[in-house]
Design a protein around this ligand. Sequence first.
Ligand SMILES: [Fe+2]
Length: 476
Amino acid sequence: MNAALSPTRSIENLSPFRRSSELQAGIPATIRGTIPDWLRGEVVRTCPAVFETSGWRAQHWFDGLGMMYAFRIGDSGVDFRSRLLDSATARDAWRGKSNHGSFGTSMTRPLLQRIFEPVPRISDNTNVNVVRLGHELVAMTEGDSQLVIDDDTLAAVRPVAYAGDTLRGAIMTAHPHFDFERGKVVNVATGFGASGVISIYEHAPAARQRDVIGSWRTKRVPYVHTFGLTPQHAILVVHPFAVTPVKMLWSSKGYIDHFDWHPEEGTRLVVIDRSSGEAREHVTEAFFIFHTVNAFERDDATVLDLLAYPNADIVRALRTDRMAAELPDLRPSLMRVVMRSGVERATVEKLSDVGFEFPSTNYKRVSGRPYRMVYGASDGYQAGSAWSSAIVKVDTETGASKSFSGGTHIFGEPLFVARPQGDSEDDGVLLSVGSAKDTEMSMLAVIDAKTMALVASAEVPSSIPLGFHGSFVRKG
Ligand SMILES: [Fe+2]
């Protein structure tokens, strides 16, 4: 067969990325074990779910068209519902077009359109995270818009109406922080011009006016997925995976395909004072990250824990053609970066030999403070075995770890839910969605965060694609 004519393999029907029907409402789950009677509310998540239409194909995992789904945990059981996300990007893709600037999929914009509109509209395919911002449930991707989601139907209702500020067109991360003491949502937005400007902004959860509290300018702009936050500082991880903005003008390539890896520059850490907006910079060896874990102040140092990859190769490993041939290894290292005031060089220390992604903590209790426990999904080639999936717990003080692995499912981000009036950092449960490898079934696993034993599972006859992030919204 002529290689040029052979079909490219797709992840559309490949576990753990395949999906069941487009809309599922009120499907009762089969429960095994006992769900704690204090655990009432809803797990709401978004994920990439459609990788092909006639005429369009996602070239990167992050560009799969989004699907919202939710497990509602009530007194009489657990039910499941899902819905494909109706975004402008998705409507384009269903027509076989790719007119929006997306993460790693080429655009099909005609040359004339590119000439007259050198900067494309940015994708609104909010498949990365969903959080509650005041009265609205908001789905997010890395883009200049976010979508309000209807609590009941999971339908996308409208874009979030940010207004009256200077951040129009800037790319927000899908990982806002919550400062519970000050009652603020804090996030980072990257603006592109002749150079780049990365702004830290905040707003009250229900407000839609973004106040810039500090910014940092740079000629070469790093890829920013998350950032660190303490009560005093916001910390930008400026890894050397960066782009000169002018390279993106008139281009038809995916956003990330303009970025280059320059390890000789090292990774810089920009520590921005949240009161004055002043920035101090540190440098250390080159590494790449998607996710920070937590940050806190200690004596004269700012400490940032993160999940580091040795380089940015993971970005290309998550292209759909690569994933169709081989599942990705999502096991970066848990590292601690210590930045002392007045000392340019930051120190880096590995905290554990257990690699994992999609980190989670007892966020409300420990965010911005010294802490011990981090949880995550360890999906990859485990020592001496084939690709497998586990939920892990790592003690950042001792490096000790525990894990849960069902063997039959591939698990994603474990959301920590604290037991009300719980007395220790790990007093609560982890909620993680697992997709069965060999059947069209998925489960919501309820795992005791202290012991990492499975407490209960709620199983539904649906293939839920492995995705990224979501929230647990407590009842009431
Ligand atoms: Fe993320």
